[in-house]
Design a binder for this molecule. Structure first.
Ligand code: MRU
Length: 366
């Protein structure tokens, strides 16, 4: 996508050909700052402290983290240590495990002197593949949007509600849930996005709103509790979110609050779609939502909030009384029965075991 009109991915190789560039997403929307990663420890820090975030981008950054590790020492010990370090950074997004397994499969059998070059090549492949997958999700999602819009008689506004940030900032480019939004906007559909602010880290208010603004997509930021009201008033035509892990039977784990939106959508007969690249499917899990590890983060993300002051400084202030405990569950699971369809790079399907198996027969267990 574009930043100030210039093409931009979320992760890239620096001109020296070995260091890795990322956007520091903790600085958005107030400042656009890029960071150079030179070590696997820096890559792990970038994932853990959410300079990069979003399931596909977490995977892509981990892949480059392995490449940085191999550049400094291609031994078996470092391969295992780097894998362990990166895998421990964030627990919920299964793309992390997937990308690391891809890297191990590509590197494990190679003689150490060949590993660094192979690791960079594999990481670049994972990134390019993510871009192609997300663009395909956009094309399939566009058809879903078009159908809803046509059913609405080609109305002058197609109201889409999204939660968290599942745009290009969460992937290498295009995004998952926002890829159809960009495709629809570019195709001339009058799309307008209700952007859930997504407390506590405000990925909607800070990142989704920024992305949409950069692309010129009409949008309105709302606090997290507004969606149900808008749906009751007929002001939401469809919901679309991303996911950090979708089980083989179609249960969707995504940013905390997604489940409540899906419940409200179900109660109001609003379609609730989930966009996902196939590396987000955890084929090992089925039927037991409690088996998905739910990240719990620092309570300070709930008790404190950061923002820009009128004189341009970015400051953090406390919201809650000193001493009040806070809990910070970062994800929840939306049962498959509340999901209207899963939109993947191979097309849309019902959120069922058979639906996913139909699109990915080579992955589904017999
Ligand atoms: O905690 P985050 O910001 O990494 O959470 C991101 C999400 O929940 C996204 O919806 C999900 O990763 C899908 S992104 C394409």
């Amino acid at each position: 996508m574009r930043v100030d009109g210039r093409p931009q991915r979320t992760i890239w190789l620096e001109p020296d050909g070995w260091a890795v560039g990322i956007i520091d997403q903790t600085r958005l929307p107030h400042d656009f700052v890029t960071v150079r990663l030179e070590t696997v420890e820096q890559a792990a820090h970038a994932i853990r402290d959410m300079l990069v975030r979003g399931a596909p981008l977490i995977g892509a950054t981990a892949a480059y983290g392995m490449a940085l590790a191999m550049r400094s020492d291609p031994s078996n010990d470092t391969l295992a240590t780097a894998h362990r370090l990166l895998l421990a950074t964030r627990p919920t997004a299964v793309n992390l495990r997937w990308a690391l397994e891809e890297m191990l499969a590509a590197l494990g059998t190679l003689p150490p002197p060949q590993r660094a070059a192979a690791a960079y090549a594999k990481a670049a492949e994972i990134c390019d593949q993510d871009v192609a997958i997300c663009e395909a999700i956009g094309d399939h999602g566009l058809e879903v949007f078009r159908q809803v819009w046509q059913a609405k008689g080609g109305a002058d506004r197609l109201n889409v509600l999204t939660h968290c940030n599942a745009g290009w900032l969460a992937t290498v480019d295009w995004g998952t849930a926002l890829a159809p939004v960009y495709k629809a906007h570019d195709a001339g559909l009058p799309v307008h996005v209700w952007v859930d602010e997504t407390r506590p880290r405000n990925q909607g208010a800070g990142l989704t709103a920024w992305e949409l603004q950069q692309h010129g997509v009409p949008h309105t930021v709302i606090v997290d509790n507004v969606g149900g009201h808008l749906m009751q008033r007929g002001l939401v035509d469809l919901c679309i979110t991303g996911t950090d892990r979708t089980t083989a039977n179609g249960d969707v784990c995504n940013k905390i609050g997604t489940y409540l939106k899906a419940l409200a959508a179900h109660d109001n007969s609003v379609p609730f779609h989930v966009a996902l690249p196939s590396p987000t499917i955890d084929w090992t899990l089925t039927g037991d939502p409690a088996a998905i590890p739910i990240e719990q983060r620092d309570a300070a993300e709930v008790t404190d909030i950061a923002g820009r002051t009128e004189d341009g400084r970015v400051e953090t202030v406390r919201l809650t009384p000193a001493g009040s405990p806070a809990a910070n569950y970062a994800f929840d699971v939306t049962p498959a029965r509340l999901v209207s369809s899963l939109i993947t790079e191979r097309g849309s399907c019902p959120a069922t075991r058979d639906g996913l198996a139909g699109l990915f027969p080579e992955q589904a267990a017999p």
